[in-house]
Design a binder for this molecule. Structure first.
Ligand SMILES: C[S@@+](CC[C@H](N)C(=O)[O-])C[C@H]1O[C@@H](n2cnc3c(N)ncnc32)[C@H](O)[C@@H]1O
Length: 383
């Protein structure tokens, strides 16, 4: 996910996150401290650590917004304490081990590709033995919810006119395998929340998880799905949560819809078997819901997975990823290959653009077009 400066500024409006990370840094940073702000974004926690008197702060972030961090450091008079690295943390070598790592790398849920590998790398390669890793833990909770609006927004997000004009069942069939960020309200809960998973960043080696939990319905209503959210333990004394009734600033709870709404009465049982697994390029969520509605009813079982909501996993795509598959380069592939070859020979962007205009005349593109193409490749693959 690529954040804008507005995203970074908005994150500063999240009271739970701001108050807890700030309080822990205030307590932990001393004049001897060396701090790493991993995923510094626009630099806020790096600059705060500098202001709190840290001897040295390393701030790492691939997003160009890191430049705003440099400016923030100048504005607050702590530039001399902070070393900035525009890079992925796993590519950065620091001249010393650090005492504190701040790594708030999550989205609406902690399972974001690259998050745990970055934390594992920092804790084994960059943090002093016994150093402080922030946050320490996430706990994920879930509960059955009656939320018709969240259900509609997930599976029928269109205007009535669209549904009046065409049948749209095939859209809903795919959409029910996805989830979205929502503000959860305690008045919508049909069951008390239960713990689904715990991730201790000081020891975790995987974010894959599976857990099956039975819920007893506590009040009558229509179950539209379940909310899942995390509670963050920054350190032993500082905890905040994105659970029910927390005003949403950036993230709320994740709402997972059921395939279809379930009429539920007190005493009914709903068992949620929820799992998450990292595929090659994405976390896939699977939820199997087994509901027993009434004492004598046979259970209804709903099987859903984000895997079924992906339009990019066509048979053609899967075939291309097979170990035995041999790839013929497309025109774009040949252009990229040519650009990289000329870059390896030390050619300037301008001379590569000129060469492309000659070598790919059928494209009939201007010099400015080729220059923009070369510039994109330079940003993607350049050092
Ligand atoms: C949720 S934002 C937090 C930004 C900032 N720390 C703050 O509190 O305002 C997470 C940031 O981590 C960055 N990030 C994720 N993985 C990273 C990695 N391996 N190395 C450096 N930055 C990373 C993302 O680009 C993003 O800017």
């Amino acid at each position: 996910m690529s954040y804008s400066i507005l995203d970074y500024a908005t994150m500063l409006g999240d009271p739970g996150r701001m108050e807890n990370y700030s309080a822990v840094l205030k307590r932990a940073v001393t004049p001897d401290s060396v701090v790493l702000d991993l995923g510094t974004g626009a630099g806020y926690f790096a600059v705060l650590a500098g202001l709190l008197g840290a001897r040295r702060v390393y701030a790492i972030e691939p997003n160009p917004a890191i430049e705003v961090g440099r400016e923030l450091a100048r504005e607050n008079g702590v530039s001399h304490r902070i070393q900035w690295h525009q890079a992925q943390s796993t590519d950065v070598v620091l001249p010393e081990l650090v005492d504190i790592v701040v790594a708030d790398l999550r989205g609406v849920l902690p399972q974001c590709v690259g998050n745990l590998p970055a934390i594992m790398d920092a804790r084994t390669r960059l943090l002093k033995p016994g150093g402080l890793l922030l946050p320490q833990k996430d706990r994920l909770f879930f509960t059955i919810a009656s939320d018709p609006q969240a259900f509609k927004d997930c599976v029928e997000p269109w205007q009535q006119l669209a549904a009046d004009q065409l049948k749209l069942d095939c859209y809903s069939k795919a959409l029910c395998h996805g989830f979205m960020s929502r503000e959860s309200k305690s008045e919508n809960l049909l069951t008390s929340p239960k713990l689904w998973a715990e991730i201790d960043y000081r020891t975790a080696t995987t974010m894959d998880h599976q857990n099956s939990v039975e819920f007893k319905i506590e009040r009558a209503g229509t179950g539209h799905g379940f909310y899942l959210w995390f509670e963050c333990q920054v350190d032993d004394d500082h905890v905040y949560s994105f659970g029910p009734d927390t005003p949403v600033v950036v993230y709320g709870s994740a709402f997972f819809p059921f395939q279809h709404p379930l009429k539920l009465s007190p005493g009914d049982s709903v068992t949620l078997d929820l799992s998450v697994r990292l595929d090659s390029d994405e976390y896939q969520w699977t939820w199997v819901t087994k509901a027993i509605q009434g004492a004598t009813a046979s259970p209804s079982t709903l099987k859903q997975s984000t895997f079924l909501n992906r339009t990019d996993l066509t048979p053609k795509v899967l075939r291309k990823k097979q170990p035995a598959s041999i790839t013929q380069l497309s025109k774009r592939g040949r252009i990229t290959h040519r650009i990289l070859t000329l870059m390896l020979k030390g050619k300037s962007n301008g001379s590569i653009a000129e060469a492309l205009a000659i070598e790919f005349p059928a494209a009939n593109k201007s010099h400015e077009h080729w220059l923009a193409v070369v510039g994109e490749i330079a940003l993607d693959f350049g050092d």
